[in-house]
Design a protein around this ligand. Structure first.
Ligand SMILES: Cc1cc2nc3c(=O)[nH]c(=O)nc-3n(C[C@H](O)[C@H](O)[C@H](O)COP(=O)(O)O)c2cc1C
Length: 432
């Protein structure tokens, strides 16, 4: 993704015509998530983009998230009546217009003011659930007021048991429909590119600060107007002298017990009677264990490539996970979704739904709630059109028979700098 000439480099176009993504202000002219991403890159300062885009270390997990989609190609059926198509499905037993969920993301207040509420509004308008992060900036009680919202709460365990118990109590009181416990971020991923934008833990580097100053619209609508956002849902658990923006984030990281285990899952299960999902599993052993733990579903995920590097992608383990869980619990994936065709591939490989992170955040950064809604609309329309071209009319018809694994990874796979896709699949570089 990213370079609009990436197809031209290997195909017959030879670099001409010159292509550009749309980067202007008219959201209706953003025809793909990649346009929303291009707008985001124009509007946001570098340190914010590093936070949004970056992965851990070599970013091999991050690259694999997109690359995994590239290994599957569709096998379309023809002459099928696809005049009545629908992506409608059930999510945790309730109807939804499409099998998509807005993934939990923390620090959204860096992108714009009241970002969590804006994401919730977009999700509610499109009829899909919004998972609010423990590290969000709007209070869960405020977000819960968004009309028609399906509100799920994502839990990071930190501090003593009394902290998660209080957060669960509040989530229940606020009407949250489901709890999503993130299991793969107790130790913070080594996101070097993000770290490089900082001079110290709590201060931007000079060049990052200058770059931020060169984005006056972002500066005016976020920091100058409202100051650094607060972690409103958790700040009361943090000692008074550590309540600055960066300080709170670091204090919480330092107090996330690396001892988090299935015993904690059991204790949470006993307290939270509504749907309970685990997010961050990949290993088939853990998928089996989740069944035994009596949770209602799992989200296969590498945390958007931000935690353990050189990990398999969620999509890589999806068919095996489906074989294990059967129909006994909900099975979701998260990571790398940028297109409607990605959604169809994930569903065909066994997912009940996909949690979309950056795709929706690009919309948010490009245009607040309306931009996030535009991202969801684009994904919905792309998926619906692709279903028709594939020759299926409903998500129930999607299965492994729709796909073939291919060796040519296609445009999603990263191309090494200076190389061509052909040389990347043929180490000797011959042009067979
Ligand atoms: C900026 C950012 C912040 C995130 N914060 C959280 C978080 O607070 N809790 C969580 O469980 N996952 C978090 N994630 C992971 C997402 O929930 C999701 O799994 C991931 O973004 C999926 O990959 P995608 O962005 O390619 O869709 C975050 C991801 C991003 C990009």
């Amino acid at each position: 993704m990213g370079d609009p000439l990436r197809h031209a480099a290997v195909a017959q176009l030879g670099g001409s015509p010159r292509r550009r993504y749309y980067r202007g202000r008219d959201l209706a002219r953003a025809v793909a998530v990649e346009d929303l991403r291009a707008i985001t890159h124009r509007r946001m300062p570098r340190f914010v983009l590093e936070y949004l885009e970056g992965g851990a270390e070599e970013e091999a997990s991050l690259a694999r998230e997109r690359g995994a989609y590239g290994h599957w190609r569709f096998m379309p059926w023809q002459l099928v009546d696809v005049s009545q198509r629908t992506l409608a499905t059930a999510l945790l037993g309730r109807e939804a217009p499409m099998p998509l969920v807005v993934a939990p993301t923390g620090l959204n207040g860096l992108f714009c003011h009241h970002a969590d509420t804006s994401l919730a509004q977009a999700a509610a308008t499109c009829g899909v659930p919004f998972v609010q992060s423990t590290m969000s900036n709007d209070t869960m009680e405020d977000v819960a007021r968004v009309p028609g919202l399906r509100h799920w709460w994502q839990l990071y365990v930190f501090g003593g048991d009394e902290v998660w118990q209080e957060l669960l109590r509040r989530a229940d009181a606020a009407g949250c429909e489901a709890l999503v416990l993130t299991t793969n971020a107790q130790i913070f991923g080594n996101r070097e590119w993000s770290t490089r934008t900082q001079a110290t833990k709590t201060r931007l580097s000079l060049s990052s600060a200058i770059d931020a100053a060169l984005h006056p619209r972002w500066l005016a609508s976020t920091l100058l107007a409202h100051g650094l956002p607060a972690f409103s849902n958790v700040v009361d658990f943090v000692p008074k002298d550590r309540r600055g923006f960066f300080e709170t984030a670091f204090w919480i990281r330092e107090h996330q017990p690396a001892s988090l285990s299935w015993a904690t899952v059991e204790r949470i299960r006993q307290r939270w009677r509504k749907p309970f999902l685990l997010k961050g599993l990949l290993h088939p052993d853990d998928v089996r264990r989740a069944l035994d733990a009596g949770v209602d579903g799992i989200v296969l995920s590498t945390h958007g490539g931000r935690q353990l590097d050189w990990s398999v992608a969620a999509l890589d383990v999806l068919p095996e996970a489906r074989a294990i869980v059967g129909q006994r619990m909900a099975l979701y994936v998260s990571g790398g979704l940028r297109r409607g065709t990605d959604l169809l591939k994930a569903l065909a490989l066994g997912a009940d739904a996909v949690l979309a992170g950056r795709a929706v955040l690009y919309g948010l950064c490009a245009g607040g709630a309306a931009g996030a809604q535009r991202a969801l609309q684009i994904l919905h329309q792309e998926a619906l059109d692709a279903m028709g071209l594939l020759g299926v009319a409903s998500v129930r018809e999607l299965g492994p028979g729709c796909l073939r694994a291919v060796r040519d990874p296609g445009p999603c796979e990263q191309v090494p700098k200076g190389g061509t896709r052909r040389s990347s699949t043929s180490p000797a570089g011959d042009a067979r």
